[in-house]
Structures are given as C-alpha cells and as structure tokens.
Design a protein around this ligand. Structure first.
Ligand SMILES: [Zn+2]
Length: 337
C-alpha cells in the first residue's frame, strides 16, 4: 500500500509499505477520508509537538474514515463491509483512569500520528474493533472522518456543563471552534458568541448558528451586554485566553481546548472573586455515539467545514494549505486517490 511518510521537518514522501494485517480483535480499514489537523501541520513544520518528537519516520493523520475490508480473529465476519469512523487512540483498558471511563487520560495510550505510532495518511490502517465506529449512510466519508474533531467539541461541552440556556463564548473559529459552536447549540445553549480575527470564519460561524460574532481586532470579548456562563477557548492565543476568562459571568466555567500558550498570566483576582472554574481538555472519551447522532440528525454540519480535497501524493500541499490560504478551514486527504 502507499503511505505518506514524514521523514523530518518539511519532508514528506510517498512510500510503498506492506499492507497491515488485522490481529485478534482488530479490523483492517480501507481509508477513504482523512482530515488534516493543526497538529499534523505542526509535526510537518517542526518535527515535534512539545515533548512528542518524531525521531523516526512517521505517518501523519488521525481523523479518518473508511470501510472495513478484513476482520481479525474473534471479530464477527459480518463487520466486513461496514463504513466506519476511526477513533484514533487505543488505551490499555486496565489502568485506573481507563477503569473509571476517562480513557483519554490513560498513560499508556497509543494514539495515531503521535510518535512512535503511525497515523492514517495511508491506504489502509488497522484499528481495534471497538474503535471502528459504524456510521449510517446519512454521514458521508468526510463527515465520518471529522467525527474526531467533533468529539473534541463534544468532550469540551461536557466538561463545561453546557446545557439549556447556557451562554457560551467560543474564542477561535477554526474547525474545533466551529464544531464547538454547533455542539453547544445542540446541547441547549441559547447564546453562542464567537470571536476570531478572520471575517470569513466569523461569517461561517454565523451561518452555522452562532448568535453573535466578535471581530477580535475591533472589539474585546469583555465588552458584551451579558456575560457568558461558559468559555470554550479554541484559539490557544494567550491574550484571547485571558480576555475570555475575564469575560466570564460569576461562577462561570472556562474550558481550555486550544493549544499554543505554554504559560500565561492568570487574572487571579477575577478567578477568585467570581469563583471561576478553569479546566483543560485532552482529546475525549466515549464521544463517538453522541457525535454520530448529532451529525446523522442534522444538528451538526461537518461537511460545511471542508474547504479542499487532496490526493495522497498531494499530502504536502494538504499539510500546508492553511499557510497558503487563511480562509482554509478543514482540508481532507483522500488516500485512495
Ligand atoms: Zn489506561
């Protein structure tokens, strides 16, 4: 099979590799769509993300969908042929965090496209049967792949306790922010304000249901009529994080989703006097059933986020699309093409 392999910063080649075989409890998936994530682009640009360093050649891509073409020992033969969305991490299922259900915090997680585990910029991948989620025909290949970033949004909304009549501020209107807008609305939020510096992305946020938008270069998020009860921080931009926290209503909750700021100055008096809760999020756990239902029912539109398609041999172009076009939102790699 062919795979797009990152050999070092800004160096991707197409390699012929042996097609993997599914072991016990595994399925072989023919990959149809893979979303390109900011983390893939970061590995491409720098060869590392924080403590994760790609010392050996690495296949990128962790937002994948496809079709089961072979099942391993112990997997029902009837699963062959299923269209599936791939949940790209395999926890050990035995540690204390896995046993209480928060397997996203498993210290032994093996996650796609995180060194040394290869990802899905390839014609085929092997996945544990429990992490190949069947999708209905109402969900296309691209949307099935983007159930992964949607899962990030679902997890963030759960951590934030978004529910009926929540007033939500989403800072950053990239793919995760736009997924958060739609998910917050589906969870019952009645006001969802989005801030960004890109007018095109803000217009898209409005189209997807945001009730208000803030041009971050012109207006501060702290200058709203009614303070939000929830902050879903999706920019990773330190001034936006701090301003978002300052904007919160008393007893509000801030969920830090965006990555980028290693350390920031926290306005402690604000946090203390308003009894704000601040939490991080790391990936997700048990989110696929919710994500599938949200998309299948039309509550969340993932296809609207897609701004380009690329063949496998264009992996490098796909990884750099965001550098060339500031209006690119989510680009999709099609490994079978
Ligand atoms: Zn574990």
């Amino acid at each position: 099979m062919r795979a797009a392999v990152l050999r070092g910063p800004k160096d991707v080649v197409i390699e012929e590799r042996p097609q993997p075989r599914p072991g016990p409890a595994e399925v072989l998936v023919r990959v149809h769509s893979v979303g390109v994530c900011g983390s893939d682009t970061h590995y491409y640009d720098h060869g590392r993300i924080g403590r994760f360093v790609a010392e050996d050649p690495l296949v990128l891509g962790h937002e994948a969908s496809g079709q089961i073409v072979e099942v391993g020992p112990g997997v029902p033969a009837t699963r062959a042929g299923e269209r599936v969305s791939v949940e790209p991490g395999l926890p050990d299922m035995t540690c204390e965090h896995c046993l209480v259900g928060r397997y996203n915090l498993c210290p032994n997680m093996r996650f796609f496209a995180t060194p040394p585990i290869d990802g899905a910029f390839a014609e085929y991948v092997v996945v544990h049967e429990a992490f190949a989620h069947p999708v209905p025909d109402a969900i296309g290949d691209d949307a099935a792949a983007l159930l992964e970033p949607l899962s990030v949004a679902v997890w963030a909304c759960r951590k934030a306790g978004v529910s009926a009549a929540s007033r939500v501020l989403v800072t950053g209107a990239g793919p995760i922010g736009l997924a958060c807008v739609q998910t917050a609305l589906a969870f019952g939020a009645t006001e969802v304000t989005v801030s960004d510096v890109n007018p095109r992305r803000l217009a898209l946020a409005e189209e997807l249901g945001a009730t208000a938008i803030v041009h971050a270069r012109k207006t501060r998020v702290t200058a709203q009529d009614r303070a939000p009860t929830v902050l879903l921080e999706c920019s990773g931009y330190p001034p936006a994080i701090v301003d978002g926290i300052r904007a919160l209503e008393r007893a509000g909750r801030a969920v830090l989703v965006g990555m980028g700021g290693d350390e920031i100055l926290l306005p402690l008096a604000v946090v203390q006097e308003r009894e704000l809760e601040i939490t991080g999020t790391f990936r997700y756990a048990n989110t696929w059933p919710t994500a599938i239902a949200l998309v299948a029912s039309g509550r969340v539109n993932l296809d609207r986020l897609v701004t380009g398609h690329y063949r496998l041999d264009q992996a490098e172009e796909a990884l750099t699309a965001g550098h060339r076009d500031e209006n690119a939102v989510k680009v999709i790699l099609r490994p079978q093409t």
